[in-house]
Design a protein around this ligand. Structure first.
Ligand code: AMP
Length: 170
């Protein structure tokens, strides 16, 4: 299945000069959505993953399905002020702006095996921030899964040493 055919390019969103990779056109296709979810968890079935950390907000879509498929827990990494209990936070830069992400301090226990998931790897700042949050809580990062990678932005260079997988590359 050629997943790239299901991704819609939206020019100048959310601001001029950005070509937004719209995944809703893939999500609404029964076969494409199912196939992508199966693929993103394939290599973890025998790895005893404890937690999927999904990055707000599109990482929640793939991350929660992955947690269900692997029979493990799901932990959200969220934008500031959204998580109600005690959190730790990391600042990062986006392809289009700056942000902060937070995670609940009790989301991951020391030594737990974690897979980080998001829809898209661009400059890598977001994923690196989430990796730092997981490591502050002493989680062990088994892998990072992205549906899409914008290779020309070289996000992978911000993630040295982490096993990174993406399925649609531009
Ligand atoms: P980055 O930190 O630069 O790797 O940005 C990754 C995050 O920003 C992901 O959560 C993506 O959903 C979002 N993102 C960045 N660039 C794009 C893009 N061109 N199209 C869709 N989402 C994007």
């Amino acid at each position: 299945m050629k997943f790239a055919e299901f991704i819609r390019d939206v020019p100048d969103f959310p601001e001029k000069g950005i070509v937004f990779k719209d995944i809703t056109t893939l999500l609404k296709n029964t076969d494409a959505f199912k196939h992508v979810c199966d693929l993103m968890v394939e290599k973890y079935h025998d790895k005893e993953v404890d937690k999927i950390v999904g990055i707000e907000s599109r990482g929640f879509i793939f991350g929660s399905v992955a947690a269900y498929l692997l029979g493990c827990g799901f932990v959200p990494a969220r934008k500031p002020g959204k998580l109600p209990a005690e959190t730790i936070s990391e600042d990062y830069t986006l392809e289009y702006g700056k942000n902060t992400l937070e995670i609940h301090v009790d989301g991951i226990k020391p030594g737990e095996k974690v897979v980080i998931m998001d829809d898209l790897l661009a400059t890598g700042g977001t994923a690196r921030a989430v990796a730092k949050l997981v490591e502050k809580l002493k989680g062990e990062i088994l892998g990072m899964e992205f549906l899409i990678e914008l290779e020309f932005l070289k996000g992978i260079e911000k993630l040295p040493g982490y096993p990174v997988t993406s399925y649609i590359k531009y």
